[in-house]
Design a protein. Structure first.
Length: 228
């Protein structure tokens, strides 16, 4: 247990350049507080002390602004950055080295029973405001762009953006990432804008074709007048 808590602190220094000292992290990082409270609540939940587990999780929600159901399974080195508004459902499973930003929801669709929340594999990054809804798997090393709504399975080593979320490829290659493998949020493609640009290109081609046809028609009319 001590090693797990130590890992929860270590990952903060790897992910957040603003972290200055272990004391500061222990005392002020709400994401760390929420993860620690969850580990205790989950321990109680596994021993069927459901009321105590829920009571602790609700207290943690009140203090941190992060709601993690005590039934959720969380791996090692989960980093919740800022964290306000993060919601993690009961049957959610999160692997190791996962990063979650503020406003993320790992929830259900309201129509499922049993396993109704997503499974997040190792080394996944979920950016601010993203919603991952339903019982599906987000593959290893996946990146979910800010504000995306993911409703389907995401393959390994993929980047997903948009509403609904789609796996995107930019210029035939993956979205650029920095040397540490983090998602460059400012370089995310916009599939809606891309589609509009494509439509604009097609419209311009049609305009040029109509212009050529009109010129051809005028030329034919002129030649017909000269022959008469």
């Amino acid at each position: 247990m001590f090693k797990t808590f130590k890992n929860d602190i270590d990952v903060v220094f790897e992910q957040d350049p603003a972290a200055r000292s272990r004391f500061e992290v222990i005392m002020t990082y709400s994401g760390v507080h929420a993860v620690w409270a969850h580990r205790v609540a989950h321990f109680l939940w596994q021993r069927k002390l459901f009321f105590l587990a829920r009571l602790l999780s609700q207290f943690s929600r009140f203090i941190t602004g992060i709601e993690i159901h005590p039934g959720a399974v969380i791996g090692q080195r989960l980093f919740i950055d800022h964290g306000m508004g993060v919601v993690i459902g009961e049957t959610c499973e999160i692997g190791d080295n996962v990063t979650i930003y503020q406003g993320v929801t790992l929830g259900g669709t309201g129509k499922e029973k049993g396993k109704r929340h997503p499974t997040i594999k190792d080394n996944v990054l979920i950016a601010s405001g993203a919603k991952v809804l339903g019982s599906m798997t987000i593959g290893e090393n996946a990146r979910i762009g800010a504000g995306s709504v993911v409703l389907k399975e995401v393959p390994d080593n993929s980047t997903v953006v948009g509403i609904p979320g789609k796996v995107v490829i930019q210029d035939g290659v993956k979205v650029d990432e920095d040397k540490d493998g983090h998602l460059n949020h400012h370089l995310l493609p916009d599939p809606v804008t891309d589609r509009f640009c494509k439509l604009e290109e097609e419209l311009e081609e049609l305009r040029q074709e109509v212009k050529v046809l009109r010129q051809k028609q005028k030329e034919e009319q002129r030649q017909g007048s000269e022959q008469r």
